[in-house]
Ligand binder design. Sequence first.
Ligand code: ZN
Length: 192
Amino acid sequence: MEISKENFVLQKVSIQSLICQNSWVKNESRTSFLKSCLKSNNPQGLLHFGMMQYFAGMKLEKGLFKIENAAKYEIKEASYILGLVLLCSGEENNVNRGMTLLTSIMKELKGKGIVKCRKKLRDFLHSIWFKNNLISNNKPHIACPEQHQGKILSNWDVGYYYDEDYEDNIVCDFCKCAREIELFYQMLPSVV
Ligand SMILES: [Zn+2]
């Protein structure tokens, strides 16, 4: 299907700076522009509105659908967030998929890229009114078959989570995923 030139531009334009503006301040032209970008499947818009719906609006299916679509456009943060969300969705079928996705995206992103995703997710979660108690009540436990966790957990230093120069000394995929889950739950604001 051919898409119009306008739709093409709206799909490709970077809207990150607009998204980062204080969303509590109403600005009609900004809102209508962002909606047009969303209609044109702008991946940053899909990710942002998907996260809004999933974490703050409790429109779980619609939110997840948008985050999945953003991930299809190879937005790496979207794959990272999708992996985490699937792992923590409380649905058994999603757990394996989430783990596979999170493991492969972390391999691709490496240290700096992972830290960037963590910061983006943390800043987003702290900018909204978080309402998703499905996530809050379903912290998953990933059992490492090699039983590293006891040893590794005691060596984890929270300070390294947001340090772009940190050397990742965890090589086991299970433990890597368990660490991201631990961090994700530290970021989550409590549901009021
Ligand atoms: Zn392990």
